[in-house]
Design a protein around this ligand. Structure first.
Ligand SMILES: Cc1ncc(COP(=O)(O)O)c(C=O)c1O
Length: 408
């Protein structure tokens, strides 16, 4: 198979995604358009549930439901017993983080690109357990500093928690190199791969992380309300459980229970089986294309978009760092990001607004309240990028401030 997607394949993949005929969708970091096969899987399952009964249909599809775990394990190079399926990345991350037995004085090291939910998680445990939070700032080129990380580590360091790809910037954090440092110092390592799974090859053995959280709806193209957690087998017993039910543990006698022997101890029994199957179908779809090929295509499209935007007067691209992904962030001089988003939406172009609150440390440092976020997936095209850039040119032209300053 060739390393990049051919024109013919792109057309085929677009034909299998009904949404691509309706909109130019550059909000893949919010939620991607699902392949029709994912949608059909969910709808058909719900129809069968309504017709034959929820438990009966679960039994009928038990092998396919089980296969979702196998597919996720293949996607991230984990073992099947290291995967728990949950509703979203926040649940996955929270189950892992809050399962850690923190003590007063423990230190958590993170980066300036960390996601809001995770930062609030740190602050909460700072209040309840007296932990210390150390934030490693990016260097002047926008790269994470491995030297600064090494210097920050002390015998008190309990956890390194890193968001691989932030929600409001195109730069990436070197999670494999960080994993080597975490392992060398025997420090727990938690990775937020919410924006990376389905976009970039994610291999938990190569990253050497202990825990990894993922959502389904973003680059994996699964339905909303899906996600999963990876927990390395060796540390499962050391994490506290936040919730329990008879799926998490077996009730062995009136006053005792036995926690199950795999990562499914972190999930509860009741969940939406249609969505679990939809997640499985989406993962299978990505595996069939090949995540390495997806990644090559995304880098190509995002590079093209950045170059095009950078060549336009009145646009500032904010992404920095040596390695950049499919999330392209920019501002239009004199036009606020929500207005840019709304004006593009009038032309059936979906982008989103990246708010400071999502990545507060980074956005404050850059003095940014908002950015326009145009996030590409492999099914986007060069023509769609041109369509967006043309629409942006007309937004710039009708802005009287800019017209006066730069066009007269
Ligand atoms: C980097 C990152 N981590 C975590 C999350 C939370 O994901 P979820 O909404 O699935 O809980 C997001 C959502 O945008 C995100 O961008």
């Amino acid at each position: 198979m060739q390393n990049t997607l051919s024109e013919q394949e792109i057309q085929q993949l677009r034909a299998e995604t009904k949404g691509t005929a309706q909109r130019v969708h550059f909000n893949n970091a919010g939620a991607s358009l699902p392949p029709d096969a994912v949608l059909d899987t969910v709808v058909n399952y719900l129809n069968e549930e309504a017709t034959y009964g929820g438990y009966e249909v679960e039994y009928k599809y038990r092998k396919e439901i089980e296969n979702t775990y196998t597919l996720i394990a293949r996607l991230i190079n984990a073992e099947v017993d290291e995967v728990a399926i949950v509703e979203n990345a926040s649940t996955a991350w929270g189950l892992a983080f809050n399962g850690i037995a923190f003590e007063k004085g423990d230190v958590v090291i993170t980066s300036e690109m960390e996601y809001v939910t995770n930062l609030m998680g740190f602050l909460h445990v700072q209040k309840t357990h007296g932990i210390e939070i150390k934030v490693i700032p990016n260097d002047e080129h926008g790269n994470f500093s491995l030297t600064a990380l090494e210097e920050a580590i002390s015998p008190k360091t309990k956890l390194i928690a890193i968001t691989h790809i932030s929600s409001t910037a195109g730069g990436m954090i070197p999670i494999v190199e960080i994993g080597k440092i975490a392992r060398k110092h025997h420090i727990l390592y938690l990775v937020d791969a919410c924006q990376s799974a389905g976009q970039v090859p994610v291999d938990v053995k190569e990253i050497d992380c202990d825990m990894l959280s993922v959502t389904g709806r973003k680059y994996l193209r699964a339905p909303r309300g899906t996600g999963f957690l990876y927990v390395r087998k060796e540390i499962q017993d050391s994490l506290n459980l936040i919730f329990m039910d008879s799926h998490t543990a077996e009730w062995v006698s009136q006053d005792n229970y036995k926690i199950r022997n795999d990562a499914r101890r972190f999930e509860l029994y009741e969940k939406n089986r249609a969505l679990t199957l939809g997640l499985g179908k989406a993962v299978e779809y990505a595996l069939n294309i090949g995540v390495d090929r997806i990644w090559t295509r995304i880098q190509y499209l995002a590079g093209l978009m950045r170059r095009e935007l950078e060549s336009m007067n009145g646009i500032t691209v904010h992404d920095a760092g040596d390695e950049q992904c499919g999330i392209v962030t920019f501002s239009v001089d004199g036009v606020d990001s929500p207005t840019v988003k709304n004006k593009l939406a009038e032309k059936q172009i979906n982008v989103s607004v990246g708010k400071a609150i999502s990545t507060l440390i980074y956005m404050n440092k850059k003095n940014l309240d908002t950015v326009v976020r145009a996030s590409v997936h492999y099914y986007n095209t060069e023509t769609e990028i041109n369509t967006m850039c043309d629409a942006l040119r007309s937004i710039i032209k009708i802005n009287p401030l800019l017209t006066a300053a730069q066009y007269h």
